[in-house]
Ligand binder design. Structure first.
Ligand code: TXA
Ligand code: MG
Length: 356
């Protein structure tokens, strides 16, 4: 398949270019597009055949449902059951990096919701995504635009690496704004339940939604297969090389030092700690600044991808605060490490499966 690359400005996109991508969606094709969180791989949400192309292109398991992207809360009733409370919440939060799970309504094909009685919906806060939904004349079902299991793409280049030749078009509008996916909240239960931490912290959501239950699974502590968002049970966000996450930051440099006896490490660390790592003669991949977790979120997935490209055997990742967007950062790092979390140098050999 010949993938068309369509380059546009993220803030003032050329509408005729986006109209072209909208035509592809309307005609049943697949288009990767930027949102404020990560790039999505979109298709017509009302076509079973179009939606199935998403699963095929990504190698995504069929039991993992997609998010339906709307251009505004007024489109909610096309796919879900909405009462006044939900409408009020939606009007306050959207456009924005939050996905709500609601009772399903209307004619959505079953592959989009993986046969569930609920549907995940959101209005993305990105001019290109909103224009694409508008010009496609339909709603767009989209998961993240990566191969299943890989870190989500935050640049068009990431999408090209994973999906070139597997999708009809890729809209290149540079880097996404947040760098981690939307926060998913189940509004079909009372109180609402967090299904996946994301770009908007629950501290910011609770004043709008009310108290939100945060189960251990949603934080990424549990390795259990009982996942509340179906997608969260799969191996995820993982580079090919092994990543070990250090549990407490005060142990980071000691564990890192020990890791040089196990092979060639790459430190996946903050800008603040990098000079120390450099002094130890260890290679580093800087995620962002610890003092500004938004920079860490933005650098997270490209850092994980970079690990596979550089000359190192494995990555040793530094932990971050779990406040605000930090909860999503730590959730993704726990998953990227396959729950290989160590707190002392002596735990390293078994975590790395190496003798040292
Ligand atoms: O920011 C984002 O959420 C990005 C952009 C493209 O919108 N999308 C994204 O989709 O990250 P992804 O690949 O995470 O897939 C959708 C997630 C999966 O974890 C899936 O299990 C969950 O949403 N999901 C979809 N429908 C659901 C439902 N009815 N109940 C619970 N979880 C659902
Ligand atoms: Mg995904």
């Amino acid at each position: 398949m010949n993938t068309r690359i369509i380059k546009v400005d993220p803030i003032k996109p050329d509408m005729s270019s986006i109209a072209l991508a909208g035509d592809i969606i309307r005609e049943g094709g697949t288009v990767a597009f930027p949102t404020e969180t990560v790039y999505g791989l979109g298709a017509n949400a009302f076509s079973e055949e179009a939606a199935s192309r998403i699963f095929e292109a990504k190698g995504r398991p069929k039991d993992n449902p997609l998010i339906v992207h709307l251009k505004g809360p007024d489109q909610l009733r096309m796919v879900s059951v909405v009462d006044d409370r939900v409408m009020r919440i939606a009007m306050k939060v959207w456009p924005g990096p939050v996905t709500f799970v609601l009772p399903k309504a209307g004619e959505l094909p079953s592959s989009v919701t993986a046969g569930l009685a609920t549907v995940a919906v959101r209005v993305p806060a990105h001019p290109v995504a909103l224009a694409l939904i508008d010009l496609s004349g339909t709603l767009i079902a989209a998961p993240s635009a990566n191969l299943a299991g890989k870190p989500s793409p935050t640049t068009a280049q990431h999408v090209i690496e994973d999906l070139n030749g597997r999708v009809d078009a890729i809209i290149d509008a540079g880097e996404t704004f947040f760098g981690v996916e939307s926060t998913i909240v189940n509004l079909t239960v009372d109180p609402p339940v967090l299904l996946r931490p994301g770009a908007l912290g629950i501290e910011e959501l609770e004043p709008i939604v009310g108290r939100i239950i945060v189960p251990e699974e949603a934080q990424g502590y549990s390795e259990s297969m009982v996942a509340i968002a179906p997608g969260m049970k799969y191996r995820h966000y993982a580079p090919t090389k092994k990543v070990v996450l250090v549990g407490r930051s005060e142990n980071y440099l000691r564990v890192l030092k020990k890791s040089t006896e196990c092979g060639r490490p790459a430190a996946i660390c903050s800008e603040e700690i990098e000079p120390e790592v450099e002094r130890m003669g260890i290679k580093s991949i800087i995620i962002g600044r610890e003092s500004d977790l938004y920079t860490v979120a933005r650098g997270l997935f490209s850092s994980l991808r970079k690990l596979d490209e550089i000359d190192a055997d494995f990555g040793i990742a530094q932990p971050f605060s779990e406040n605000g967007i930090g909860l999503a950062i730590m959730n993704r790092l726990r998953k990227a490490s396959g729950h290989n979390i160590v707190n002392s140098p002596s735990e390293l050999p078994s975590a790395l499966n190496r003798q040292c």
